[in-house]
Design a protein around this ligand. Structure first.
Ligand code: SF4
Ligand code: SF4
Length: 453
């Protein structure tokens, strides 16, 4: 599959997914392809011959071997262990996936892990040398279970084990007694939620009170207590809901004394599977967003020297998949994304269920905390579903080797075969990667790297 992309200077490039290569092309050469995007009949035939030749005529041969490769062995541990310490939260953000407005997601409740669960986690995942390198604390608001964090870290300290710790927090409890010194002492990565100009519109306490003040106070305090820790260990997660105000938010983050020094990951509230977005005129919002993205892309392309962190987060991370792509035969075409079911990442809920990550809703339970053996059949089911899903949607897509669609798409469970929803998500992704290719090619032409180098 191929697609033609243009750079800001108007040069044309052909990206070809089988070899994952980009070729500069002039109009004359492109005319011989008889198409500007997709596949010509000739390329389609060549592609089919290619698959037959390399995969012995079995369309899914690559997928079958991939399934075997992906099965974990009995003694293996995930690299990243994500622990939902509690399903409680002291905020009631209006777009929250646990607000009750979402299909396929739980709602806020009082379920939380207890100290016995922490002991089980230590035994099960840290009892041998093959233990996770990262432990990430998640919620609800994980600092509502700070004593559980302390218990786990103290246990591992006593065993001489020091994984890299991280926490995703709303920031409101960081200044409670002893919390911040403990996180600094254990070199935590703190991923704090702050949504920029619309923060107080949607991110509210259970009482309905605004929350930006507590977040800013927490940031201010961390920077004051340990400047180096602040700059290297704190990042912001910004979730934007309409009105997105992307351009204004860029200025807000880039000009702010503290925020401008932090990495920001920018996410949009999902349009599908929830009623929160029902009240917005999404076509108008999308148009404004597209204009802002284009404007920021041009700013990013033009940047000389260090690129503002907001722009790096917005563009460079997606472009990394293009910049650092593996060229050659289609060795890692399927599936897109980085899901490596239960091996790379494992999410343990407050009820002790295991899932491949925190974004799959209640799809694909891989077993329960405290079980003696891995439920290999459960892993096989999820890997099989994932392979089928991506094979149906991605096999003939030019983005198959760079797309970041992951198996969170499977959260729809029984409605997995819903082509309409999948195609909407794919449309969004194609639009997004059109922009990323444009940015990547345009910066390359100017001799610039993706991170301002
Ligand atoms: S802080 Fe997080 S978990 Fe709590 S309501 Fe907000 S988005 Fe949901
Ligand atoms: S855009 Fe859709 S079809 Fe294309 S690779 Fe991504 S998930 Fe697959």
């Amino acid at each position: 599959m191929f697609k033609v992309f243009a750079s800001r200077l108007g040069k044309k490039y052909l990206y070809e997914s089988t070899t994952n290569n980009i070729f500069e092309a002039d109009d004359e050469s492109l005319a011989t392809l008889d198409a500007s995007e997709g596949e010509t009949p000739l390329l389609r035939r060549l592609g089919d011959d290619f698959y037959s030749q390399f995969f012995a005529g079995a369309e899914n041969a690559k997928l079958s071997s991939l399934r075997d490769d992906m099965l974990p062995d009995e003694g293996s541990s995930p690299e990243i262990l994500v622990l939902e310490l509690t399903q409680q939260c002291n905020f009631r953000c209006e777009y929250c996936i646990y607000s009750g407005n979402y299909l396929f997601e739980r709602t806020h409740n009082d379920i939380r892990m207890n100290e016995d669960d922490i002991e089980r986690i230590c035994d099960e995942f840290f009892g041998s040398e093959r233990h996770p390198d990262y432990v990430s604390f998640y919620g609800g608001e994980p600092l509502l279970g700070f004593e559980l964090i302390r218990r786990l870290c103290d246990n591992l300290d006593a065993s001489g084990i020091r994984p890299k710790y991280s926490i995703t927090t709303n920031g409101s409890l960081l200044l409670r007694d002893g919390v911040l010194p403990f996180l600094i002492e254990h070199d935590f990565h703190i991923n704090m939620s702050y949504d920029g100009l619309n923060h107080d519109r949607y991110r509210l306490m259970t009482s309905g009170a605004a929350t930006s003040g507590v977040v800013m106070k927490a940031l201010e305090t961390i920077a004051g207590v340990d400047e180096d820790f602040f700059a290297s260990n704190v990042t912001i997660s910004a979730t934007l809901a309409p009105p997105y105000l992307l351009l204004d938010n860029y200025h807000h983050f880039s000009q702010h004394r503290l925020l401008s020094r932090l990495g920001v990951s920018v996410n949009l509230v999902n349009e599908g599977d929830n009623s929160f977005m029902d009240g917005f005129d999404l076509s108008e919002e999308r148009d404004m967003l597209a204009k802002d993205v284009r404007c920021l892309a041009d700013e990013y392309i033009s940047c000389e020297g260090p690129v503002p962190k907001f722009l790096v987060s917005l563009f460079a991370n997606s472009a990394l998949r293009i910049d650092d792509r593996e060229m050659g035969l289609q060795s890692h075409a399927y599936p897109p994304g980085q899901c490596d079911v239960g091996s790379h990442r494992l999410f343990v809920t407050a009820t002790g269920e295991k899932y491949t990550c925190e974004r799959v809703g209640n799809y694909g339970c891989l077993g329960h905390l405290g079980e003696d053996e891995k439920d290999i059949a459960a892993y096989e089911r999820v890997i099989g579903d994932m392979s089928d899903y991506f094979d149906r949607h991605c096999r003939r897509c030019h983005l198959v080797r760079v797309c970041d669609m992951c198996c969170s798409a499977l959260r729809r469970g029984s409605t997995l075969k819903d082509d309409e929803l999948a195609s909407q998500e794919c449309e969004d992704r194609r639009r997004w990667y059109d922009m990323i290719f444009y940015v990547f090619l345009s910066r390359k032409e100017l001799g610039k790297g993706m991170f301002g180098d």
